[in-house]
Write a protein that binds this ligand. Structure first.
Ligand code: HOZ
Length: 426
């Protein structure tokens, strides 16, 4: 692997961008070395600026469920782009997109398109506060819902990766109304509601956590959140930015049979372009301006090119796709576990569908304090070994890997073999 061009680019980038990147985890600080700069992606493969090809397990952190540069999505984007990139006015495309989302997510009776998952979660919280007239937000340690002030409290993803779960620059006032609980702990949730239930505006949760690595919910945990919210007049918000359209066309809520008050979507719904959605029960969403008093707006919201990429992706979310994702996901889980066992390395693989994490700690990992016990040094060495074998894995122990329609069984076996080889070398 030749990294000279990437290193040179990173040096130039570092003069102008913090860490030389536009999003922290990309900087490779958690795994050492300097980040690979990319030029092209196609199917399951990425080509670096150095001319190396990698088998990709990041999938742009989730959106690339069909594989990179899916021909139908690219063709649709090219067709629509010539008609104008942004109007700042409504289009028929947005109507078709909203109709499709409403079909896939019966709990979303009304919605807004925005440009990022951060924006979707931040707006959903504002609406929940406006609807309930209450301030308190409940989130779970290690869950990440974007970088809005009130949500950067005990956050996962990059915040966990760099050990700054409570960001500087967040005022005490912004953080004061955010209460955090351990994920998968029903007793803590019941106790909090018994004490503060009438103050709680919303509980926001990743239905399968991707941002402390992949952590599935224990049976009944999500149901309890929805039940308690309902009983106390609080708004339940499923943050399906990662899981939406990934675990099923209708996301985790379809997979687990849930009907939340509000939902946030991102990543897959935009097919690789900046697009996200928040929405939910009609009476809640009717609080949004111009119908109601909660303000939220955006010049690029509902951008026609992004909406087109989203629509062209949603059209391809067939049962075959999910069957394939389940098959390759299970095979990778099995292959990675075998590698750990054969090399006698303590670790566990957690997976739901096509999102998964190899944790360097004995499992199960049920919450942040479990994840926090991982051997980060070992992860960094493993990551480097995978990279040297042409596998591009998320450069943090606390992110999930994502598979796509473009991954073949041979690709999966190659990943498992590479992992086994690296683990044996420890
Ligand atoms: N925090 C994002 C995933 N959880 C990473 C985004 C990026 O670096 O592109």
């Amino acid at each position: 692997m030749n990294e000279n061009v990437s290193r040179g680019l990173h040096e130039r980038a570092s003069r102008l961008m913090p860490g030389g990147v536009n999003s922290p985890v990309r900087a490779f600080r958690a795994v050492g070395g300097s980040p690979i700069f990319f030029q092209r992606a196609s199917g399951a493969h990425l080509t670096s600026a150095d001319g190396d090809t990698f088998l990709d397990c990041v999938g742009s952190w989730g959106p690339a469920i069909l594989g990179h540069a899916d021909p139908a999505v690219i063709a649709a984007v090219q067709r629509v782009a010539v008609d104008g990139l942004s109007f700042g006015a409504p289009t028929e495309l947005e109507v078709r997109f909203a109709e499709r989302i409403a079909q896939l997510y019966p709990a979303i009776e009304m919605m807004r398109a925005v440009s990022s998952g951060t924006e979707a979660c931040m707006s959903a919280l504002r609406v929940a506060r406006g609807f309930t007239g209450r301030d308190v937000i409940v989130k779970f340690e290690g869950c990440y819902h974007g970088h809005a002030d009130a949500l950067l409290v005990k956050a996962g993803s990059g915040a966990a990766t760099f050990g700054v779960p409570d960001s500087a620059g967040v005022s005490a006032t912004a953080a004061a109304s955010t209460l955090t609980l351990p994920y998968n702990n029903p007793d803590a949730l019941r106790t909090l509601f018994a004490a503060r239930g009438k103050d709680i505006a919303a509980v926001i949760v990743e239905p399968v956590v991707g941002n402390m690595g992949c952590v599935p919910p224990l049976p009944g945990f999500l149901e309890l959140i929805l039940e308690l919210c309902e009983a106390y007049g609080a708004v339940s918000i499923l943050d399906e930015v990662m899981t939406g359209c990934r675990l099923a066309p209708g996301g985790a809520q379809q997979r687990f049979g849930l009907h939340p008050a509000m939902t946030c979507l991102g990543k897959v719904v935009g097919g690789g372009l900046p697009l996200a959605v928040y929405g939910g029960r009609r009476e809640i969403m009717e609080k949004v301006a111009p119908l109601g008093p909660v303000y939220q707006a955006g010049t690029l919201s509902g951008n026609p090119v992004a909406i087109t990429a989203g629509l062209a992706t949603l059209e391809q979310l067939t049962p075959d796709l999910y069957e394939h994702l389940e098959t390759i996901g299970a095979r990778l889980e099995e292959g990675l576990c075998r590698g750990l066992k054969d090399a006698h390395i303590p670790g566990t693989v957690q997976r739901v569908g096509s999102m998964l994490t190899l944790f360097f700690v004995e499992g199960p990992v049920r919450c942040w304090s479990d994840a926090d016990r991982c051997d980060r040094k070992r992860f960094a060495a493993w990551h480097r070994g995978m990279l040297e074998r042409g596998i591009y894995w998320p450069p943090s122990q606390f992110e999930a890997a994502f598979l796509s329609r473009a991954h073949t069984l041979d690709d999966i076996d190659r990943i498992s073999q590479a992992s086994a080889e690296v683990l044996r070398s420890f």
